[in-house]
Design a binder for this molecule. Structure first.
Ligand SMILES: Cc1cc2nc3c(=O)[nH]c(=O)nc-3n(C[C@H](O)[C@H](O)[C@H](O)COP(=O)(O)O)c2cc1C
Length: 412
């Protein structure tokens, strides 16, 4: 039996055609060393392509070393193009497309003081709460010159992505990274043209989008991932989330991927439930351990996971714009997928369900499965930035394909 759902039909996004509507969402896969990607990372994405996804998103390709959150993270440069080419070749071999998530951390970075500039950049200057562990206590308010430099970095990252064979770039405007630091009123209290209204707060991110579209938009799909809401009372609400979509549409983005929440302030808005209290895997990364400890100090978050947890907000955005939209958040079953199609979304992205099993899409198509076995325990999140990389803790999950503990350059 072959599944006849619309989700398995092709779609055109900007200049590219996808074989179906399923996108592997960015999930900080790790498997990088000193900014270089490994054979393990290439294999991870090849498995997603082999398993049926139309496009696999390589998480957090920093626009520069300074844009990394962690030292080892991949970054786009002439040096990393040959490694990324191995990855995109592996994905193409199975008929899928590859997308590079291009990101700058801004102040949300844990780079050591001696590795980078004294102060990370952001929409605002002053005290940097994220720098407490690394001694980078201050942040620099970006001036016009900084904005020009960062926009140029996004453009060159997109050009490197094209050179490396990527089919799409995903500009990260969500979760609290640099561009989100402009968009959210939590981090942007500027009094100039780049602060105040949501239109002003979107000005710099929109400039970046326009320049990337001009540079690569004829050849690559230019996708924007952003947070529909910040998940906290003083942050963006759905009213702003709708305005953001309208601005992205007017600027010409080929598709918006609708995420939710912020990394630190509202992780359960992003995942639909909190991080686990009992961590099975003993994260070896000190920052993740510290994040866990801080999480325990917060008032207890009792939000319970439910399927399609972002649908209520996503539906409002669907009603407000005509541009292609990618639904994201809590996709667990064929029933969910059909309702995403019925609600008028063009594509859908899956994170945890494909960490659990990269073959899910193939199995849904053949009817071998109707739902994922992932129970959204979030233990995979605890494995980010560990040597083996992000993986499922279940024996049948991605751990098998992940364990390139000895990081070898993809192209070596
Ligand atoms: C382990 C893990 C790492 C993640 N890393 C990233 C990331 O690097 N960039 C990003 O935009 N989202 C990241 N996310 C969020 C996912 O893209 C997605 O928004 C979230 O998991 C909800 O989708 P799901 O319900 O299909 O898992 C991560 C999620 C997980 C589980």
């Amino acid at each position: 039996m072959t599944n006849t759902s619309k989700a398995f039909t092709p779609i055109t996004i900007g200049p590219i055609k996808l074989r179906n509507r399923f996108i592997k969402a960015a999930t900080n896969e790790g498997r990088c060393k000193n900014g270089l990607i490994s054979k393990g990372l290439a294999k991870f994405h090849e498995s997603m392509a082999e398993g049926g996804a139309a496009m696999s998103t390589v998480a957090y390709c920093a626009t520069s070393k300074d844009g990394q959150t962690f030292v080892d993270q991949a970054h786009m440069s002439a040096d990393t193009v040959p490694d990324f080419k191995v990855l995109t070749d592996g994905v193409h071999k199975h008929g899928a497309a590859a997308s590079a998530q291009i990101t700058h951390a801004g102040a949300f970075t844990f780079l050591p003081k001696d590795f980078s500039t004294a102060k990370p950049i952001s929409a605002m200057g002053g005290f940097n709460k994220f720098g407490v562990m690394t001694g980078r206590y201050g942040k620099k308010k970006m001036d016009r010159g900084d904005m020009d430099n960062i926009a140029a970095e996004f453009v060159s990252a997109a050009k490197f992505a094209k050179e490396a064979g990527f089919d799409a770039v995903e500009i990260h405007m969500g979760h609290g990274y640099l561009l989100a630091q402009f968009i959210t009123p939590l981090y942007n209290r500027r009094k100039d043209d780049y602060g105040g209204s949501i239109q002003n707060r979107m000005k710099f991110p929109t400039e970046v989008l326009s320049k990337v579209l001009d540079a690569v938009g004829k050849d690559l799909a230019v996708i924007v991932k952003y947070s529909q809401t910040d998940g906290v009372p003083k942050g963006n609400q759905i009213k702003e989330g709708i305005e953001i979509a309208k601005i992205l549409e007017a600027t010409g983005a080929h598709m918006a991927q609708l995420s939710n929440g912020l990394n630190v302030e509202s992780i359960s808005t992003m995942f639909g439930n909190p991080l686990p209290k009992n961590v099975i895997s003993k994260p070896s990364n000190p920052i993740i351990r510290a994040a866990m400890a801080l999480e325990k100090l917060k008032p207890e978050d009792t939000r319970e996971f439910h399927e399609l947890y972002s649908m209520e907000t996503a539906r409002q955005i669907r009603a407000a714009v005509d541009m292609p939209l990618c639904y994201l958040g809590g996709v667990q079953s064929m029933e969910n997928i059909n309702s995403i199609m019925d609600e008028g979304f063009d594509t859908l992205a899956l994170g945890r369900a494909l960490i659990f099993d990269p073959n899910l899409i193939k199995n849904l198509e053949t009817g071998q499965q109707t739902r994922t076995g992932c129970n959204a325990c979030n233990q995979c999140v605890m494995l980010m930035y560990t040597p083996g990389g992000t993986a499922c803790v279940e024996p049948e999950g991605t751990r098998g394909i992940s364990s390139e503990l000895n990081i070898v350059r993809a192209s070596s």
